[in-house]
Design a binder for this molecule. Structure first.
Ligand code: FAD
Ligand code: 2HG
Ligand code: ZN
Length: 505
């Protein structure tokens, strides 16, 4: 029954405009991060003509970008919050070039900011002062794919969507998917330990990454590029580079395990009356769908409204306080549909689902995913967006949105929550016509204090970057921070790799 009904709803969805990968511009350039957040430049070397000449001799002139207008986009982050003052972008093509660049920079104490697709949401991908931008975009070769084991080996600058398209031709998929897939690099994904929409099913990158080649700050190439599932020979060094946001080394090649492409995928989008029912639905989806449950995402009314009002997407369902997106992926359509239909019938009877639409058609599924993935950019149309990405125990998951709405009152244009319920990860977006210190100070550290009260994490999947080092103690105790500082010092004694990021001074 739900299937017939969904056909009608999905016809109207087909008119949607795909907006993935579009950059949303605000009219004014952001202020320099160093001024906005009062940061003092550390004692690094400064770039001279002799340095540029060295880089030109190493890479050739066209891979040393110095024209101010060409460098500008590399200095500004995706949400137009952070802006660095770098004078040069270097575009290596090989690991050896990365090694030579770093060895040179280390000897001159020139600071370096590694950059992938520049879709990071915590300001980690752009410089703060005049760090040299090391852009990995030309290191984009696929090296090998083992169809039997599913091991993909490629360079760090490969775009995630290109990799996914490539492995799909061999009946495999990438173990991760995110709204930024058209721009983000696998090296950036690994460096941020990106989560995204498939984590519920395939786990995080600490499980999927089989091997890594990385270059240390002094230029040493660390070869941990194995494709083995099991390899307990000593310390698991690859994990140092997963999620360390370019502060411990530059990832140059990766080996990733790609699971089999599911033969039967079905996606449902549902209207739900209250957050308690979102949780009931999740509990029931886990037990009823079991191994075929591959995504369970939630968006509140404000999140979906922002895509409707700001991006002119049409919502196929009526107005609901909450929306849930459930995906099942399996290998036997008949068996999976039977399970799904039983689950949906039950959940409509219990009233956990009030309205919904279900489809297995690829184009229609893409349209539904598009609504979900567009939320990240929709808020930017309001002017400015403060973004928070936290893990909270599920029973407290949505409380923070209610608290913030009350606290901010009419100071915010919108306050909405959405995210990966299945992973206990909520994104809170607060939009305003422009950045103001007043709203900033109402949000921080308040939000982190609230998260710490329930022993949550102040950064679930986006990382710490430039924006959160001073708050990391809300989630990590002193002994852990001490060890992190020790590791950083050991790996990068001059501190040239992505300074001002991740660790507090
Ligand atoms: P960048 O933004 O360029 O860099 C991110 C960090 O990694 C920086 O600290 C940078 O210095 C470092 N870095 C990049 N490449 C390397 C390298 N080769 N070696 C060493 N360090 C490097 N994140 C999620 O986790 N889940 C999501 O669902 C999700 N959805 C998103 C949706 C949208 C629309 C956007 C804009 C972002 C989203 N993100 C999400 C955040 C972001 O896309 C991810 O963090 C992504 O993994 C960053 O990849 P990138 O190549 O753009 O890296
Ligand atoms: C998502 O899940 C991303 O859509 C982006 O992690 C979250 O922009 C955000 O707040
Ligand atoms: Zn997310």
């Amino acid at each position: 029954m739900i299937r017939q009904f969904s056909q009608i709803l999905l016809i109207s969805l087909e008119k949607h405009i795909f907006i993935n990968n579009l950059k949303y511009s605000t009219s004014a350039l952001p202020r320099f991060s160093s001024e906005k957040y009062s940061i003092k430049r550390k004692n690094f070397g400064s770039l001279h003509d002799a340095d540029l000449n060295y880089f030109r001799s190493l890479l050739s002139a066209d891979r040393v970008i110095t024209e101010e207008s060409d460098v500008l986009p590399f200095n500004i982050d995706w949400i137009k919050n952070c802006r660095g003052q770098s004078k040069v972008v270097l575009k290596p093509k090989t690991t050896e070039e990365v090694s030579q660049i770093l060895s040179y920079c280390n000897s001159k104490k020139l600071a370096v900011c590694p950059q992938g697709g520049n879709t990071g949401l915590v300001g980690g991908s752009v410089p703060v002062f005049d760090e040299i931008i090391l852009h990995l975009g030309l290191m984009n070769k696929i090296i090998s794919l083992d169809e039997i084991s599913g091991a993909l080996v490629c360079e760090a600058g490969c775009i995630l969507e290109n990799l996914d398209n490539h492995v799909r031709e061999h009946n495999l998929i990438m173990p991760l998917d995110l709204g930024a897939k058209g721009s983000c690099h696998i090296g950036g994904n690994i460096s941020t330990n990106a989560g995204g929409l498939r984590l519920l099913r395939y786990g995080n990158l600490h499980g999927s990454v089989l091997g890594i080649e990385a270059v240390k700050a002094d230029g040493t190439i660390i070869d941990c590029l194995r494709t083995l599932k099991k390899d307990n020979t000593g310390y698991h060094l690859k994990h140092l580079f997963i999620g360390s946001e370019g502060t411990l080394g530059v990832v140059t090649k990766v080996a990733v395990h790609c699971p089999a492409l599911p033969k039967a995928v079905t996606l449902g989008f549902f209207g739900v009356n209250c957050f308690e029912n979102v949780l009931e639905l999740y509990k029931s989806a886990k037990s009823s769908l079991g191994e075929i449950l591959s995504a369970f995402e939630m968006a509140d009314n404000g999140a979906i409204s922002s895509t409707v009002e700001n991006l002119k997407l049409s919502n196929p369902l009526g107005d609901f306080p909450f929306y849930v997106l459930i995906e099942s992926s399996g290998s036997d359509e008949g068996h999976d549909n039977e399970k799904l239909n039983r689950f949906l019938t039950k959940e409509m009877e219990t009233g956990h689902i009030i309205d919904g639409t279900v489809t297995s058609e690829p184009a229609k599924m893409r349209n539904i995913w598009n609504i979900r993935e567009s939320i990240a950019g929709a808020g930017l149309v309001d002017g400015y967006v403060f973004k928070y990405d936290v893990s909270i125990p599920l029973q407290n998951y949505y409380d923070i949105v209610l608290l913030l709405r009350k606290r901010l009152g009419n100071k915010a244009t919108r306050v909405y929550g959405y995210g990966h319920v299945g992973d206990g990860n909520i994104h809170i977006n607060v939009t305003t016509p422009e950045y103001t210190k007043e709203v900033y100070e109402m949000l921080e550290p308040y939000i982190f204090e609230e998260v710490a009260k329930v022993r949550g994490s102040i950064s679930a999947e986006h990382g710490v970057g430039f924006r959160k080092p001073q708050f990391i103690h809300y989630s990590k105790d002193e002994t852990a921070l001490h060890l992190m500082h020790g590791l950083k010092h050991f790996m990068d004694p001059n501190g040239i790799l992505n300074p001002y990021k991740v660790l507090p001074d």
